[in-house]
Design a protein around this ligand. Structure first.
Ligand code: P71
Length: 439
């Protein structure tokens, strides 16, 4: 525990950016659920069985078998984390001038598409941009938007469609199985590939089980397999669903693309049987898959997020609805209506929460959205959110109660809160290192 005065100094020194705080100065860390999960005894035991051969490690073959069994793709290319896989698939499939439609942008995904010469096009349904819409599958793609894009630019210039499950930037919102089937059908007619961002697909599968009657009695593992069957490849950050601290992969069916990816991975990540990871990391991820698809686990995980969300709702805090899979998203526009978007409401709220309680959260608004690559202007996203992200198997209900009380305390003094001014901005993924001062 630190004092309020201490935290005032710490956040000022961090340029009011929670990414620039030292973790020792944080009391409850809800920055991200990425790589912050607690590994099980079984995973740690697996770490002791690391086969650290340069080539052909046993742990690679174990992971490959697990990915084939649970995700259903033929080929596996391990990478150090999700963005490594995004880099490979973007470099292989995107030609300069191409378009890459997807269900809302994700920061690293879009950047790799742009660096490969592509233009990302958001084809998510409108409901996803409305924090108050109660639509149960706000991750769905809008098939009209997608087919208009294909008609406008021609199927030849659409590299592939990125389908994220769940959609992080929309508030951890799921896509329905029906929508996955429809996207598959539409793209198949045009010969366009589908690449799934499977980072939180297991959480998505749980929502399908809850909300799509056809799947009420299916297991999460069965739903996951079917979800993946409507895509040609997936990129994966194992640091979320798969309960590890580091790791990711690209998995795919097409032999030719696999050969290219297996060749390119040796340039950027490491040999094709380790992809920048130690053998022990591959083993922890292989074991993590099996734990992650257990219905009991995923129910408890999403149930914890729901518990916090329901408590916040009961005291009138504006959050994104429905409650998402990995996080609660505070709606900073409604929380701090006195601030203009260029006074960075979500960045401000994240800083205030830290000062109030030592809880670390993440901005997901205009700072994360970056600038338009052509005009250089800020992108102005409709959603201006602060994410309270829950690591898996880490915090207790008591921590959750402390979090709720902290949010309430900031809400009670919301009228006094002033905004921020940007004083330093790096070129790529600016939200990680941008610095601010108080207005
Ligand atoms: C999260 C992260 C980590 C992160 C990344 C960028 C900015 C802030 C935080 C990473 C994801 C993700 C999805 C849907 C791909 C990646 C990249 N999320 N797709 O939410 O959520 O994976 O971090 O392993 O490279 O805190 P990577």
């Amino acid at each position: 525990m630190t004092t309020r005065e201490y935290r005032e100094r710490a956040i000022a020194e961090a340029g009011y950016n929670t990414f620039l705080l030292r973790s020792r100065d944080v009391y409850i860390d809800l920055l991200t659920d990425s790589g912050t999960n607690a590994m099980s005894d079984n995973q740690w035991a697996g770490m002791m069985l690391g086969d650290e051969a340069y080539a052909g490690s046993e742990n690679f073959y174990h992971l490959e078998a697990q990915v084939q069994k649970y995700y259903g793709y033929k080929h596996l290319v391990p990478t150090h984390q999700g963005r490594g896989a995004e880099h490979l698939i973007s470099q292989i499939l995107i030609k300069p001038g191409d378009f890459v439609p997807g269900n809302m942008y994700f920061t690293t995904t879009r950047l790799h598409q742009e660096l490969a010469g592509g233009t990302f096009v958001d084809v998510i349904i409108d409901e996803a941009h409305d924090p108050e819409s109660l639509f149960p599958f706000k991750g769905n793609l809008d098939l009209n938007k997608l087919s208009h894009l294909i008609d406008r630019v021609g199927a030849q210039r659409v590299s592939y469609v990125t389908v994220a499950a769940t959609v992080n930037m929309a508030g951890g919102q799921p896509i329905s199985m029906q929508n996955l089937r429809d996207v598959r059908e539409l793209t198949a007619r045009h010969g366009i590939r589908v690449v799934l961002d499977a980072t939180r697909a297991i959480e998505n599968a749980w929502f399908i089980k809850q909300r799509e009657p056809e799947f009420a009695t299916s297991s999460v593992a069965e739903i996951l397999r079917e979800m993946c069957s409507y895509s040609d490849a997936c990129t994966m950050s194992g640091k979320k669903d798969l309960l590890v601290n580091i790791g990711g992969f690209l998995a795919l069916n097409d032999q030719e693309i696999f050969e290219e990816a297996r060749n390119l991975v040796v340039v950027y990540e490491g040999l094709h049987t380790y992809g920048g990871l130690a053998g022990r990391d591959l083993e922890a991820m292989a074991r993590g898959i099996e734990e992650a698809v257990q219905d009991d686990h995923i129910e408890a995980r999403i149930g914890q997020v729901e518990y916090v969300g329901e408590r916040l709702l009961s005291i009138g805090i504006p959050i994104v609805l429905p409650i998402g899979g990995h996080a609660i998203f505070l709606d900073a526009k409604r929380f701090l209506p006195q601030l203009k978007q260029l006074e960075f409401p979500a960045q401000t709220l994240a800083a205030e929460l830290y000062v109030e309680s030592g809880i670390r959260t993440m901005e997901r608004g205009i700072v994360s959205a970056g600038r338009n690559t052509e005009t250089g202007e800020h992108n102005f996203p409709k959603l201006e959110l602060v994410r309270l992200t829950f690591p898996r198997r880490v915090y207790t209900q008591a921590h959750c109660d402390v979090v709720t009380e902290a949010v309430e305390a900031v809400y009670d003094r919301r009228q006094e809160v002033r905004g921020l001014e940007m004083v330093y901005e790096p070129k790529y993924l600016r939200f990680f290192q941008t610095r601010f001062e108080r207005l």
